[in-house]
Design a protein around this ligand. Structure first.
Ligand code: ZN
Length: 375
């Protein structure tokens, strides 16, 4: 046989239900504490000497689609400990049931916190209304913030510093992360070394700083925390290495093109679109060549810009060997057989259909795109 239903199972533990009523669309439950004593918040000694009573009105979880108000018959106690300065104190409950001064039970506060985290202020407030949880969006945000601030985290010892864009190419700030907890801990308004230095000066416990490879942040760290170890972070190392590799390849592009045989292109074999691209490529090559020859004559960048009408940044890029593009045609399926075809052609086999049949037999998939331009 099941146990008889007790109204006290509906309310948080440590309360006993005295009365239940319905009033203007809400359920009102009158409760009193089950415990006869309460601990003094200052000295911790339990007291049973009641000074007076007062009523606390709390919001609790909804019941049968109706919001619930708990009317708690709470007490004030005397503290009888001789050395304690607290003469009278208000009744304290278990933190997991009801926090001092709270206007919601801990179990409702928990749900409000999770709603705030999942949906944010305004959407969570709308959803909470439908769930019969009476909270405003401001309350939701307050609950989330209060719990974050309430968590005690030790000051950071290993941090990462980098710049970030408030607005790309216009306004930058500085982001500081606690690398051990993988959390952003500060956003500074600009990326000036002095701003970072001021922030770091208040954090003498920091041992390691991961940063970019520029000089600004390095200087700020060296000034504010001379004993801290500075580390170039992995992202910046890879980024710099990749940039250096691309620069090296670009500078040798002319030689690479010759080596892979891409330097000789027959415009007759190009499609119309490829020909347009090729003409553009030739124009760029011509411009680069004239810049280089002018520079060789000892003419200044300013003068080269004036004479050629090209932009200053373009002229500088060419002179630094940073502008060298490649013209590539799409590789056709015929490419691997070109030397064989060439040999056949020289040996006198010049029947296109016959060559195609032989090619089909050689191709592993038996398929080959017919490129008439080859014949
Ligand atoms: Zn006390």
């Amino acid at each position: 046989m099941g146990q008889a239903f007790r109204p006290s199972t509906l309310v948080p533990r440590s309360f006993v239900v005295d009365d239940v009523s319905h009033e203007s669309g809400a359920t009102q439950i009158k409760v009193r504490p089950a415990n006869g004593t309460s601990a003094c918040p200052l000295c911790g000694r339990r007291s049973e000497r009641v000074h007076s009573r007062y009523q606390r009105c709390l919001a609790d979880l909804p019941l049968a689609g109706q919001p619930v108000r708990l009317m708690v018959d709470a007490r004030r106690f005397y503290c009888d400990a001789v050395s304690c300065h607290q003469r009278i104190f208000t009744e304290r409950f278990d933190e997991g049931v009801l926090a001092p001064w709270a206007r919601r039970t801990a179990r409702l506060d928990d749900i409000v916190h999770h709603l705030g985290l999942a949906l944010g202020g305004r959407p969570a407030a709308g959803f909470a209304r439908r769930l019969m949880l009476p909270v405003s969006n401001d309350t939701l945000l307050r609950v989330v913030r209060k719990r974050v601030n309430g968590q005690h985290t030790p000051p950071p010892a290993v941090i990462g510093v980098d710049d970030w864009a408030w607005r790309r190419n216009q306004r930058y700030g500085t982001i500081i992360c606690d690398l051990e907890r993988r959390k952003t801990i500060a956003l500074l308004p600009d990326r000036e070394p002095a701003t970072l230095e001021a922030w770091l000066a208040d954090q003498p416990q920091i041992d390691i700083v991961a940063r970019d490879r520029g000089g600004g942040y390095a200087l700020a760290v060296a000034k504010a925390l001379p004993k801290a170890i500075q580390v170039a972070d992995r992202w910046h190392l890879l980024e710099n290495a990749s940039q250096a590799f691309l620069d090296a390849v670009r500078k040798s592009m002319r030689l690479i093109r010759v080596a892979i045989g891409a330097a000789t292109i027959s415009p007759d074999l190009l499609t119309a679109a490829e020909r347009l691209q090729y003409e553009g490529y030739l124009r760029r090559e011509e411009a680069s060549a004239s810049i280089l020859s002018l520079a060789k004559e000892g003419i200044s960048i300013k003068e080269i810009v004036r004479r050629t009408g090209l932009s200053r940044s373009l002229v500088r890029r060419v002179l630094r060997g940073q502008r060298s593009d490649v013209f590539r045609v799409r590789e056709s399926s015929l490419e691997p057989y070109l030397s064989w075809l060439d040999a056949q052609w020289t040996a006198g086999t010049r029947n296109g259909t016959e060559l195609w049949r032989q090619l089909k037999r050689q191709s592993p998939s038996g398929k080959i795109m017919m490129d008439c331009r080859a014949f």
